[in-house]
Ligand binder design. Structure first.
Ligand code: PAF
Length: 282
């Protein structure tokens, strides 16, 4: 019988719990999620547990990071299965606020992000990082964690949040965790549940194309040629559309700089499902 984490839905109770832990000298890690938890999220929880005494996992499907035409309504919601999984993953508390608790009537503030947020996802989802930054800023001030863990799967998100914490002097450290993959290379994502059997068989091509592109750059292929070849490979495999496959400076997400590490980032549509992934080029 595994111990279940405590579920908290009111800010006052959350604050009291965290204050009590901090008063005992315990450190607190936050793992922000939108639920529909998979092994990738549990990796984040395990990393959090290795870095702090207590782990809070937030579960909140944030309406402010979805455009009206996106999948907010059909985004998978499965709180009891998530609670069950977190019992096995060593979370101490689940912060599961309602939309009214997070965005009470009259809420009118939004964080505006630039720098690492420019281009890539923003070219296709212009509302996205403002919504993510706003909810994460709120989560940070609600939980007041010492560290917060985010997956490298959403590499631009991770970079934008590091920048926000730096720019606003927020008193916590942002830690990135490696992407968990299926045996065939597909990055774990809650949205993989949307894929048909046929699409699921094609999906790992995205990772393979990024690997080939990274290998090409390492052996001297020009970054543009290498990323174009990756786009051509995924289209040939049956993807419907490539939003971008681009090489960027791994730290700033600006244009590649000679002698700096690179990251190749990708977003592509397989049928009606949008997959994102990325890979480092050392
Ligand atoms: O990566 C996610 O699941 C979300 O963007 C996050 C960070 C939980 C904010 O809603």
């Amino acid at each position: 019988m595994t111990q279940q984490p405590m579920i908290v839905i009111e800010l006052q109770s959350l604050r009291a719990w965290v204050a009590n832990e901090h008063s005992k000298g315990a450190t607190v890690a936050l793992v922000p999620t939108m639920g529909a938890l998979h092994e990738g999220h549990l990796d984040l929880v395990r990393l959090a547990k290795s870095k702090a005494d207590r782990v809070v996992v937030s579960i909140f499907v944030n309406p402010r990071q979805f455009a009206p035409h996106e999948d907010f309504d059909r985004y998978p919601r499965q709180l009891s299965a998530d609670v069950e999984r977190l019992g096995q993953g060593a979370a101490d508390l689940i912060w599961s606020p309602s939309t009214a608790e997070m965005y009470p009537a009259g809420f009118a503030t939004r964080i505006e992000v630039g720098g690492a947020a420019l281009g890539l996802e923003t070219d296709f989802r212009p509302h996205f990082f403002g919504g993510v930054a706003t909810v994460c800023c709120k989560l940070f001030s609600q939980v007041m964690p010492d560290i917060a863990i985010f997956g490298e799967k959403d590499y631009q998100q991770l970079t934008v949040l590091k920048q926000m914490v730096r720019d606003l002097n927020l008193p916590l450290e942002i830690v990135g965790a490696p992407t968990r993959r299926e045996a065939d290379g597909l990055a774990l994502s809650s949205r993989n549940a949307y894929l048909s059997a046929e699409e699921r068989a094609i999906a790992p091509i995205l990772h393979r194309a990024l690997e080939a592109s990274a290998a090409g750059i390492r052996s001297g292929t020009d970054t543009d040629a290498a990323t174009k070849a990756a786009s051509a490979a995924v289209m040939l495999a049956g993807f419907a559309k490539v939003d971008y496959i681009a090489a960027r400076d791994a730290v700033t997400l600006g244009p590649p700089q000679l002698g700096h590490p690179l990251r190749i980032l990708a977003a592509a549509w397989l049928g009606k499902t949008r997959l994102i992934d990325n890979i480092g080029v050392a």
